[in-house]
Design a protein around this ligand. Structure first.
Ligand SMILES: [Zn+2]
Length: 216
């Protein structure tokens, strides 16, 4: 593949720094992870957004979280149609092979994907309506939830609420996977919905009884 280039110098420098310090100090731990395999207790589905840092928020080490990131932390509905389903594949592996106990969906403030969906729902993003837009078609997953926030006049408030709804939509879609539904019902798997405020460092958890989010 003639288009692949050597790593940029700043990343080479950073790598050697990590190898000489963090890796060197924890070599035993890394070797154990390599030989004994991974046994994460939780899977996290978060947005790709570079500001979302789930391992920092929970002070997690290597081997603790099985993490999948995609635009707007969305899980599509169960659709076994023989096509390529990256998110569904990670969920299947975490639940059936790794047998994680917790499945956490983490949404966040100022989510560009969610904002794109709002623009699309308001007819302000024709480029996302194109059949060829992968982002647009991905954000279609969230579209049905727009009716819950369409009457919120303040645009900031509307976006923050819609971000929380992206978490609820994913939790609902997770339950359409038979292998998840079964484990949730027998108590061997629990689902959790979280939303983090990037600027304030806030963390909210979804409460199904009140159908709302409250500060952790
Ligand atoms: Zn996002």
């Amino acid at each position: 593949m003639e288009f692949a280039k050597p790593l940029p110098a700043y990343l080479v420098t950073r790598y050697h720094g990590w190898k000489a310090t963090s890796y060197e100090e924890n070599k035993g731990w890394y070797r154990r992870l390599a030989t004994e395999g991974q046994r994460p207790r939780a899977m996290v589905i978060s947005c790709c957004d570079s500001r979302v840092h789930v391992t920092s928020i929970f002070g997690a080490d290597q081997g603790e979280f099985f993490i999948h990131r995609n635009i707007a932390n969305l899980v599509p509905p169960y659709q076994p149609d023989g096509d390529h389903h990256g998110t569904s594949a990670t969920v299947e592996y975490a639940v059936t092979a790794l047998q994680v106990s917790h499945l956490i969906v983490l949404g966040h403030s100022q989510c560009g994907g969610v904002q794109g969906c709002i623009d699309m729902c308001k007819g302000q993003a024709p480029q996302l309506e194109e059949k060829t837009s992968f982002v647009g078609r991905w954000m279609d997953i969230l579209k049905p939830k727009f009716q819950l926030v369409q009457d919120i006049e303040d645009e900031e408030q509307q976006a923050r609420q819609f971000e929380r709804q992206s978490v609820v939509a994913s939790l609902e879609n997770l339950m359409t996977f038979p292998f998840i539904e079964e484990k949730v019902r027998d108590g061997s798997l629990s689902l959790h919905g979280l939303w983090t405020d990037i600027g304030e460092g806030g963390l909210e958890c979804y409460d199904p009884n009140s159908d709302s989010f409250s500060q952790v």
